[in-house]
Design a protein around this ligand. Structure first.
Ligand code: DOR
Length: 425
């Protein structure tokens, strides 16, 4: 297929350029200043409002299959990812059975390839068998089957000796350990951030220290083992400061945050809004500002969604019984663009956090917009305004506090494997 892209803004690592692209058989054949003739072209994109990014990767997604297909399955998750503008996602291990053995990893790889949906699915395997924090998985087998990272996400590995050994073992495979950093003894039974709102609602709070202590421990273990360690869903001011200092010290650590932590505060749960119940919980304005600062100064490497679908019957009940989590794949682009509009990031840095960094952390080749490179692209309209209505959601679940909210910015095409995929409105 011959694809021509004229008059679009191209976001590369060396800057933003208005250029024209010619793609043939999946390869970027030409990047030129002059529009390319449309003769013999199978698909033409010509719209000066659009921007071309290297393909986006969401490195923190819960697909729920196998085991919880009523919340999400691999296919619906891929559809939501495509609609959100992703060319790849990485999925967490808290399925049933848990992705703690090569058969499950293999299943996820095969199933996601069979759907034909152009979103690569990279499984993240568990650190410990059954996410129980006791016995380390067979990392070699899992890597061979396609695992790109190890995480007990949802559950911290409480035993520091086991986590230390897992980190040491992971070095043989050059695969990151992704830490859900939380001191469970402090957070237990907590529902939302501990503070004014938890007092007002009479809900048990989760103190920020539960995350901060968890992160401190995980940083110290990263320092001790020199393993490649990535901290998931950072949500507090002090967490950012700890990671900033660790990086300055030269510790091999990376981290991510999610749109809910740079846009929302604990007030979102007022009225017992279970769609805003997440772990880690939404924090305070001060934390939101510190997360933005961490994104700006490079302390926070990646923006990921922590897409966590849950069925309405589970969310629509008593607050204490509702599971933690919100979906996020389809809102990642408009919500991340908010950072550009607020002056926190520019488009180039946004591309780093949505494409280059997550690929690098997971040991995958980052897509590059350069002649001779494979065309793996996300094309967005940053100005497009739309409303997140239920019928736009491609996920099986619609648990998001952004439901019914106005969004600005949307993916309109992805290009992958030599084909163009038009994203429905
Ligand atoms: O809110 C969350 N939901 N946080 C996690 O760590 C796990 C996730 C889930 O699996 O639902």
């Amino acid at each position: 297929m011959k694809i021509k892209i004229n008059n679009l803004t191209i976001v590369t690592s060396s800057g933003l350029f208005r250029k024209n692209l010619f793609i043939d058989k999946g390869i970027i054949k030409k990047i030129s200043d002059k529009p390319i003739s449309s003769r013999g072209v199978d698909f033409l994109i010509d719209n000066e409002n659009l921007m071309v990014f290297p393909g986006f990767l969401d490195m923190h997604v819960h697909l729920r299959e196998p085991g919880f297909e009523y919340k999400e399955d691999i296919e619906s998750g891929q559809r939501a990812a495509l609609s959100g503008g992703f060319t790849a996602i990485a999925c967490m291990a808290n399925t049933n059975p848990v992705n703690d053995n090569s058969a499950v990893t293999h299943y996820i790889k095969c199933k996601s390839n069979e759907t034909g949906i152009p979103v690569d699915v990279h499984p993240i395997a568990a650190i410990t068998v059954g996410l129980k924090g006791e016995k380390i998985v067979e990392m070699g087998d899992l890597k061979k089957a396609g695992a790109v990272g190890f995480s007990d996400d949802g559950y911290p590995v409480e035993n520091s000796d086991i986590l230390r050994k897992a980190m040491e073992y992971s070095k043989c495979f050059n695969i990151p350990i992704i830490c859900h950093s939380e001191e469970k003894k402090l957070s237990k039974e907590g529902q939302i951030n501990e503070g004014e709102v938890s007092l007002k609602l009479g809900l048990k709070g989760i103190p920020k220290e539960a995350e901060i202590i968890g992160i401190y421990r995980d940083i110290m273990l990263a320092k001790l083992t020199k393993a490649k360690v990535h901290i998931a869903h950072v949500s507090t001011k002090d967490s950012v400061e700890l990671i900033r200092r660790a990086k300055k010290e030269g510790i091999n650590i990376s981290c991510e945050t999610c749109p809910q932590y740079f846009l929302l505060t604990e007030e979102e749960v007022l009225g017992y809004n279970t769609f805003a119940k997440v772990n880690p919980p939404l924090r305070t304005k001060e934390d939101v500002m510190a997360i933005r600062e961490g994104l700006k100064d490079g302390t926070i490497d990646v923006i990921a969604s922590d897409h966590a679908p849950h069925h309405i019957d589970e969310k629509d009940g008593e607050f204490e019984l509702a599971p933690f989590g919100m979906i996020g794949l389809q809102t990642m682009i408009p919500l991340s663009l908010e950072l550009v509009r607020l002056g926190v990031l520019d488009f180039q840095v946004l591309a780093e956090k949505l494409s280059r960094k997550p690929h690098q952390i997971l040991g995958l080749k980052p897509p590059v917009i350069k002649e001779g490179e494979e065309a793996c692209l996300t094309i967005i309209d940053p100005h497009y305004e739309w409303v997140l209505e239920k019928d736009r959601i491609r996920s099986k679940s619609y648990n998001t506090p952004f439901l019914g909210k106005k969004m600005k910015g949307k993916a309109v095409y992805t290009i992958k494997g030599g084909k163009v995929f038009e994203i429905e409105d």
